[in-house]
Write a protein that binds this ligand. Structure first.
Ligand code: NAD
Ligand code: ZN
Length: 345
């Protein structure tokens, strides 16, 4: 394997490596030998023959991606399978799939026997650059997304870029939405780098932030750039917009808002639009979006803060949380972004 890149997530005794490159799934036997399990449960949305495994008792549990697997009921099902397989604390769980799989399997691994090592093999671009790294796991409630979760760092992450060969176009866009926001969080100019280098830079940025603030005490908020409006748009459009597409619009909105608040220049606002456009991502609000509904959803966002409208915004000192943003400024910025037709599914 040539050209493999490794990013360390430095968290004392919970430190681990994220290995990125073509064919890195073949590192799995080496990773597992180091962890020395008696049994391995592989929870995978990809066919079993896509993974090479070491010579230990291995069980393949087939799952399908989607928000439906992010439920407590599904986590219970997974834990029951682990129990039926006789998994103990020194055994290992492997996840292979998109971000919904790493979130649900990560949570099952965190809970079963109060915590089993988990190795993630993310197969979507979004899961490679974001969901599989950083140790947040979550499932949904009917009342909202990601309302129940744990912090459970994986033992290793293998981002095999070969998995991406079969990724549908909208899922590429979704991953690029997360990469696009990294430009403004200190990852620098990524647009003209090869894909693997863009993934590595995005992972390295997240690793740095997580190492500083594993449990969301403050700094980790910057990763929420573009997400306050992004989450609201996902709900308002009935999840017609993929996560990263909504985040791309949210990133442009964050720039428009920061511009209006005099925090950044019009040149910097334009740069946001250029980066988002480079990836073929939407930059404007769907025409039929209800601005009042978006504002109401953003006020309820669990990361928005308790004191009215709060956003992660760019500024002279970089990206930071800004509280007490006037609703009238938010409304005007949203109204002016209502130009784009809603994307087709
Ligand atoms: N824990 C975190 O820090 C974190 C961060 C970001 C996102 N997330 C979560 O991640 C989830 C989104 O992840 P996602 O976008 O990967 O969603 P997903 O798991 O639903 O996968 C997206 C789609 O891509 C398909 N897919 C995945 N890999 C494929 C491949 N190699 N070939 C063909 N098709 C493939 C899936 O079948 C699915 O249709 C959300 O639930 C979100 O909350 C978590
Ligand atoms: Zn995101």
């Amino acid at each position: 394997m040539s050209g493999v890149q490794v990013v360390g997530v430095e968290l004392a005794d919970r430190s681990y490596s994220v290995v990125i490159g073509s064919g890195v799934r073949r590192e799995l036997p080496t990773v597992l030998r180091r962890l020395a399990p008696t049994r391995v449960a592989v929870v995978s949305a990809r066919p079993p023959d896509m993974l090479s495994l070491p010579d230990v008792a291995t069980e393949h549990i087939a799952v399908r991606e989607g928000e439906h697997i992010k439920s407590l009921a599904h986590v219970e099902q997974l834990c029951r399978r682990f129990a039926q397989l006789g998994l103990h604390r020194d055994d290992v769980v492997v996840s292979c799939g998109g971000g919904t799989v790493s979130d649900a399997v990560g949570m099952a691994a965190a809970l079963y026997h109060r915590g089993l090592p988990v190795v993630h093999l993310p197969t979507s671009l979004l899961a490679q650059v974001d969901a599989s790294v950083g140790g947040k796991t979550a499932v949904n409630l009917p009342e909202g997304k990601n309302l129940i979760g744990t912090y459970w760092q994986p033992a290793a992450v293998l981002c095999d870029t070969d998995f991406l060969a079969t990724l549908p176009r909208r899922e590429w866009l979704s991953g690029f939405g997360e990469i696009a926001r990294c430009h403004f969080l200190g990852a620098g100019e990524l647009r003209h780098l090869p894909l693997q280098a863009q993934i590595t830079a995005s992972v390295a940025l997240k690793a740095r932030v997580v190492a500083e603030d594993e449990r969301d005490a403050g700094r980790r908020n910057v990763l929420n750039y573009g997400h306050t409006l992004g989450h609201a748009l996902e709900v308002a459009t009935g999840f017609v917009l993929r996560h990263g597409e909504a985040v791309a619009i949210g990133t442009v909105f964050a720039a428009e808002l920061a511009g209006r608040l005099g925090r950044i220049s019009s040149r910097r606002v334009a740069e946001h639009r250029e980066v988002v456009a480079h990836y073929g991502l939407p930059a404007d609000l769907p025409d039929d979006c209800d601005v009042a509904q978006l504002i109401s959803l953003m006020t309820r966002d669990k990361k928005a803060g308790r004191t009215g409208l709060a956003f992660v915004l760019d500024g002279p000192g970089g990206v930071e949380v800004v509280r007490g943003v006037p609703e009238s400024t938010v409304r005007t910025a949203l109204e002016e972004m209502r130009h784009a037709p809603c994307p087709t599914t």
